[in-house]
Design a protein around this ligand. Structure first.
Ligand code: ATP
Ligand code: MG
Ligand code: MG
Ligand code: MG
Length: 562
């Protein structure tokens, strides 16, 4: 017995107009079709239809995580500051963290991701190598105070993530846990009906080594990736953000500039008096004639925006692609065989040992100044810049690369021992000596996947869900008066009894035209109409995607839909 949801009695309300602030297709459609409703910036209510889609995605994720032997847990979202202070992320995350205090003045945060807390959990629970390997996951609400929470549920400040963590005693074990997750993610995204690419990526604030992203190509995406049309090479151009020379506290006194708010590439563009969209392609920033930072269009929050803000109003000037010409000595774009993060180090002749320098820092939202070349970093490592243009040769086969926009739907990391070192996570090894644990962490944007699917599957009429994810299997429309409604309810009940999930539009006083439009907008895969031939017990079955129609009796319809 599956649910029969009657529109006359449920909170399924469509809107005629797009929400004024909506930029992306999924944002417009999910709001108009009554799936989600905005509470405040980046914070959303899931209405009945939206909740069903969200739950369907969670179910697929859960089934595939269970299938690789991961165990589901649920950790708190409200977390004490100390573990994040120990890992350095209380600082590193900067404005991205929601921070709060309890009545005694104790400091807390709302979890943006849970490496620290899982490490502590396993430290508490596991004592021997026999307790490992272990893989744990949760589907939970995460909090990040994103600078630009636009695009609806694509980028929320509160959002649903599946995050999992693996704990192994050996590097081979970690590689295996990583491979299991990678394979599970492939199954998940295939079942969700998402078109996706796996690209090599950078670890960013997570730390650690190997890392890959699952990207769903879509115009609404905020990531840019280089894709080879001739072979399977693909890499995220976000790597460029992290390609600037690493500067850490270990390297000597590094002063961080304040960032009062989070300036963006748009701010820089405004400062430079150029349109953000057009001109910020392959951009170098020169300060007093010296190149200090570089960015590409997909990275809309690259450090250089922040840098520009701080160095305003004096010295920032824009350099375009022509500045590269004939300047191989200066900066050269290079895509390495391992992806964009493995770029060639370029020695800049202008950076002599002992020179004070301004550079990108490896902390979010900060820049370091008074960094001294030769003391704080190897001079040869100084500028590590990637400039990828459409048509650049693919590093693995030489064909011209394509640049595409995409939505990051998943991200897997081999963290290694970073967090285990911080929290001294050891277990007793086979030899009776303590062994340091090695970890992986793996995320899927569950609520983001709703929007990504909407982006990829919608058409001019509205949403158009794959069957496994749709909020119902069939949308029954009573297109007429009492007779039609009676037939619609009758067939709905029979379908429900046969295990088919039904949404039935039995609203009185709503014209068939409006009901048809709503059915297209809501996007359930099959639409069953009780219309003109209801007296004969004949219905029309329409396929939402192909538009194909056929006339069927009630029994035939039930046979077809079960
Ligand atoms: P992005 O680059 O889009 O900001 P991220 O790299 O910061 O994402 P991760 O820390 O890798 O995100 O988190 C794992 C997954 O959680 C991401 O791959 C993405 O699908 C999802 N996610 C991250 N931030 C958000 C958000 N603000 N809203 C919805 N989903 C998100
Ligand atoms: Mg992010
Ligand atoms: Mg990312
Ligand atoms: Mg990521």
């Amino acid at each position: 017995m599956a649910q029969v949801q009657r529109m006359s009695r449920s909170m399924v309300k469509t809107l005629r107009d797009d929400p004024a602030d909506a930029e992306t297709l999924s944002h417009k459609l999910l709001v108009r079709a009554g799936y989600v409703r905005r509470n405040s910036a980046g914070i959303w209510t899931w209405l009945p239809l939206g909740k069903k889609v969200l739950d369907n995605i969670s179910r697929v994720v859960r089934e595939e995580m269970d299938a690789i032997g991961a165990q589901e847990v649920l950790l708190p979202a409200l977390l004490p500051k100390e573990p994040y202070e120990a890992s350095g992320r209380w600082e590193e995350y900067g404005d991205l963290l929601f921070r709060l205090k309890d009545r005694k003045g104790g400091e807390y945060l709302l979890g943006p991701t849970h490496e620290e807390i899982f490490t502590l959990l396993v430290k508490d629970q596991a004592s021997s190598y026999k307790d490992l390997p272990v893989m744990l996951y949760q589907i939970q609400t995460k909090y990040r105070d994103e600078a630009r929470p636009r695009s609806g549920v694509l980028r929320g400040r509160e959002f649903q993530m599946k995050d999992s963590y693996s704990f192994d005693t050996t590097d081979e074990g970690l590689a295996e846990s990583y491979a299991l997750h990678r394979a599970a993610y492939q199954k998940i995204f295939a079942r969700l009906g998402l078109d996706y690419r796996i690209v090599s990526a950078v670890s960013g604030a997570m730390g650690g080594s190997a890392s890959e992203e699952f990207l769903a190509p879509a115009v609404a995406g905020e990531d840019t990736f280089a894709d080879c049309p001739a072979c399977d090479y693909a890499a995220n151009t976000e790597a460029v953000t992290f390609a600037l020379a690493p500067v850490t506290a270990e390297h000597g006194p590094v002063e961080e500039l304040d960032t009062p708010d989070t300036p963006t590439i748009e701010t820089l563009a405004r400062h430079l008096g150029v349109p953000a969209s057009a001109t910020l392609k392959n951009l170098l920033v020169k300060v007093d004639g010296e190149i200090v930072a570089v960015g590409v269009p997909g990275d809309r929050e690259v450090d250089l925006g922040k840098l520009g803000e701080h160095l305003a109003p004096a010295v920032v000037e824009l350099v375009t692609a022509e500045d590269f010409e004939g300047r191989d000595d200066l900066v050269r774009g290079y895509v390495g065989p391992q992806g964009l993060e493995k770029v060639r180090y370029i020695a800049d002749p202008r950076v002599a040992p002992g020179t004070a320098w301004v550079t990108g820092a490896n902390k979010a939202d900060t820049h370091a100044k008074n960094v001294v070349a030769g003391r704080d970093f190897e001079v040869d490592d100084y500028l590590d810049v990637v400039v990828v243009e459409e048509g650049d040769p693919c590093p693995s086969c030489g064909a011209g690369l394509k640049l595409d926009r995409a939505i990051e739907i998943g991200h897997i990391f081999q963290l290694g021992r970073k967090y285990a070192d911080t929290f001294q996570l050891d277990v007793l090894g086979q030899q009776g000596k303590p062994v340091r644990v090695t970890m992986g962490s793996y995320g899927i944007g569950v609520s983001r996947a709703v929007a990504a699917l909407a982006e990829q599957t919608a058409d001019e009429q509205g949403l158009c869900w794959p069957k496994e994810i749709a909020p119902a299997d069939v949308h029954v429309v009573a297109a007429g008066k009492a007779l039609q409604t009676e037939l619609a309810l009758d067939v709905s009940e029979k379908l429900g009894a046969a295990g088919v999930r039904v949404l039935v539009d039995d609203r009185a006083g709503v014209s068939p035209g409006v009901k048809f439009t709503d059915a297209e907008l809501i996007g359930v895969p099959k639409i069953l109409v009780a219309g003109r031939r209801s007296a004969e017990g004949v219905l029309e079955l329409k396929d939402r995607r192909t538009g194909e129609r056929e006339e069927l009796t009630v029994d035939e319809a039930i046979a077809r839909l079960t």
